[in-house]
Design a protein. Structure first.
Length: 259
């Protein structure tokens, strides 16, 4: 069955809908786990979550945040996560957009989970021991379809691991973080959740596609009906309770009737 697609007028409206889904999930359980991509795709969700939570006064003590990837430096066995003070750090994005804004409502540094590049296999165990991921927010690379740091050619059963980023993914990430002014500024390695864990450990997923630069990604994903290793973001079709949210600019090919 095709993954449902919902087209909304704007990224802000997508953010509102997804943020409310998170708050509804929090209200229904004593521990709610949400996976986030860092960067522009999830920023409207984080902003709406901050606003709606403060408007309603909802406590978020039971919210757990899973970051899907992070840049690393060093070498095998001695990898180091990028400093969270670096503008393009994924963990730094989580601190600035989630932990700091929601700290007064109970979100703490211990609420944040990220893979350890020197023990990547432990990430899957940590997620399983925590009961899995209730909602994973996904984003697609605009030029190569990477999801997290799983680039083109990633097998469907790829585990959490350290990867060397292909040039196509590094070019995509130049536009993701304004602090990255050129390809030379993008780290060459990162630790990433695998496509295997994304599909197996998520109870539901939402693919976020907005802006005219995501129109090609939207078209590639909507044309697929299962995982295509040449466009890893198509993993959304293999996930449980999946949905694609796009704004009108990203979904322009569908509106124009491109087949």
């Amino acid at each position: 069955m095709a993954t449902p697609i919902t087209v909304m007028p704007s990224a802000a409206e997508i953010g509102e809908v997804v943020a409310q889904q998170i708050l509804d999930g929090l209200a229904a359980t004593d521990r709610y786990v949400v996976g986030f991509p860092a960067g522009r795709s999830a920023t409207p969700v984080a902003a709406a979550l901050d606003r709606l939570a403060h408007q309603s006064g909802v406590r978020v003590d039971n919210l757990r945040i899973v970051m899907m990837d992070e840049y690393v430096t060093g070498q095998s066995g001695e990898w180091k996560l990028l400093s969270p003070l670096t503008p393009h750090s994924c963990i730094g994005w989580a601190r600035r957009n989630l932990l700091d804004p929601l700290g007064d409502l109970g979100l703490r540094s211990t609420s944040l989970i990220a893979p350890d590049p020197n023990e990547p296999a432990a990430f899957e165990k940590e997620l399983i021991d925590g009961g899995g991921i209730d909602l994973f927010l996904l984003a697609s690379g605009q030029g190569d379809g990477h999801v997290a740091l799983n680039g083109p050619g990633t097998p469907r059963n790829a585990p959490t691991r350290v990867v060397e980023l292909p040039e196509s993914t590094r070019r995509d990430n130049v536009s993701t973080f304004p602090s990255l002014r050129s390809l030379d500024d993008v780290p060459a390695y990162g630790v990433t959740i695998g496509t295997a864990e994304l599909a197996a450990l998520s109870r539901s997923v939402v693919m976020l596609l907005w802006g005219p630069n995501k129109a090609y990604a939207f078209d590639r994903i909507r044309r697929a009906d299962s995982y295509d290793p040449e466009w890893p973001a198509t993993i959304v079709h293999d996930c449980h309770n999946a949905r694609i949210y796009a704004d009108e600019q990203a979904a322009q090919s569908e509106r124009e009737g491109v087949s």
